[in-house]
Design a protein around this ligand. Sequence first.
Ligand code: UDX
Length: 476
Amino acid sequence: MDCIAHVVIFPLPIQGPINSMLQLAELFCLEDLKVTFLNTIHNQERLLRCSNVQSRFEQYDGLFRFVTIPDGLPEEHPRSVEQFGDIISSVQTVAEPFLRDLLVKERVTCVIPDALSYYAVDIGNEMGVPVIPFDTISPSCLWVYLCLPKLIQAQQLPFKGDDLDALVTHIPPMEGLLRRRDLPHFCLTDYKTDPEFLVVLKEIERIPQAYGLILNTFEDLDGPFLSCIRSHSAKTYAIGPVHLHLKTKLAAKQTPSLLSSNSLWEEDQSSIKWLDAQPVGSVIYVSFGSLIVASKEEILEFWHGLLNSKVRFLWVLRPNILKGGEMDYKFMKELAEGCQENGYIVSWAPQKRILAHPAIGGFLTHSGWNSTLESIVEGKPMICWPHNVDQRVNSRLVNKLWQIGLDMKDCCDRFTIERMIKDLMCTKRDEFKKSAENLSKLAKLSVGEVGSSTHNLESLVKDIKGLIRTKENVEP
Ligand code: UDX
C-alpha cells in the first residue's frame, strides 16, 4: 500500500510561475509529499544550467523528480510575451495526452496545474483525480477575471467612449478604485477574439469545478478579494508569499536558503558586489521581469530619466527585451557604458537577494506578481510600469490601496520617469517606506508559527494527505 501522497505540479512554461511552483514543490517536500514536477524540455535545460535546483532537491531523498515534455515549438522560437498565445496552445497540445497517460500509469493523489491550464481540471475530473489549480497571478486580478461575465452582461465591456479614466463598476471591493485603464490588457482592445481572453473565460469556468485553489498571497494583503473568490471556490488556500514561506520553513530546519535560485537566465552576481559599495537606501532597482518587451525608444526614455534623476540605479536589461525579437548588443553596450557614473546594467540578476540588500531604496518594476510580492516582503516601495495580465491591476493597488508606490501606467517619458524616481527615493520616501515596511511586517507574520499562511498550508497538506488513493479506496 502506497501511503505517501503524490502530487503532480504543472507550471506555465514561463519564469514567474516556474519560480513560485518550484517553491511550492519544495514546501511540499518538507511536508513529506512526493512531487512530480512537469517542465518543458526547453525550460528544463535552462533551469539546470542557470539555477541550483538539482542540488537543492537532491536533499529530499527521492521525494522530488522532474519529468519533461516538449513545448511543441521550434527551438528558434523566441518564446516572448508577443507569442504568449502560441506558447500556451502549443504546450496544451503536448500536455493533454501526456497528463492523461501519466494519470493512467501512476497513482497520483492530485494535480496542481497553473489555473490558466484549465484543461487539467477537465482531465482530472474525467479520470477521478482531484485538481487544485495554483493561480500564480494576483488574487485581485483573478477576482477581476471572475467578474468579467458580469461586466459584459452589464455592458461595461466593451467600453463605450474612449475615456480610460472612467471608473469601473460591478467589481465589488474595487468600486471607486479601478479605472478602465487598470483592467487586464485584453479589456482595452477588441477582447472578444483575443486568445488570452478566451482562455481566461475557460479558466474561470473551471475554478468552481476544481477541488480547491491555491493562491500566492496572505490574508492581510488580499483579504477582501479572497472572500469574494471563496464564493466561487470554498477551498481557497492563501499560502504566500511562497518564497518567504519556504525561506522561513528552511530557516526553522536550519537549512540555508538565501542562495536558492530558480532562474532560467544566469544571474550576474557582480550586481551584489556593486551594491555592496553603495550607501544604504541609495539605489533604485529596475527590472521588467522575464517576458516584457519594449521599443528602443522606450528603453532610451528610461535611460535618460534614470540618468537625469541623479539617483543611483541597478538595471536588469534582458538581451531579448527589444520588441520583435531584435538582439542589439551594440545598443545595450552603449547604454551600459554611458551610465557608469551612477548606474550598473546587467542582463539578469539574483532579484530576491537584490531586493533584500540594504542599498536598495526602491524598485521600478513591471508589477508582475512575483516581483510585487518580493518587493512587499522586503518593504521596498515601487514605481510601476505595467503592461499585461495582472500587472495593470497590481500597479493600481500598489498606488491607491496599499499606498506603497507610484503608478506610471501608459506613460513612458523621461520627465515623468525622472520625477517619479525623485518622489519615490527622496521627496515622498518616508511615507512610502513606512507603509511598505508595515506590509512587510504583516507578510512575515503570515508565515510565522501562528500566521494565516502557515495555517492555510497546513490545511492544504492535510487535505491532500486525506485524498491519498490507496488500493483500498480506489478499488472497492
Ligand atoms: C508573469 C507575468 O508577466 C506576471 O504578470 C504574472 O504575475 C506572473 O507571470 P513575469 O513577467 O516573469 O511573470 O514577472 P514576475 O511574476 O514578476 O516574475 C519574475 C521572476 O523573475 C521573479 O521571481 C523575479 O525574482 C525573477 N527575476 C527577475 C530574477 O530572478 N532576476 C531578474 O533579473 C529578473
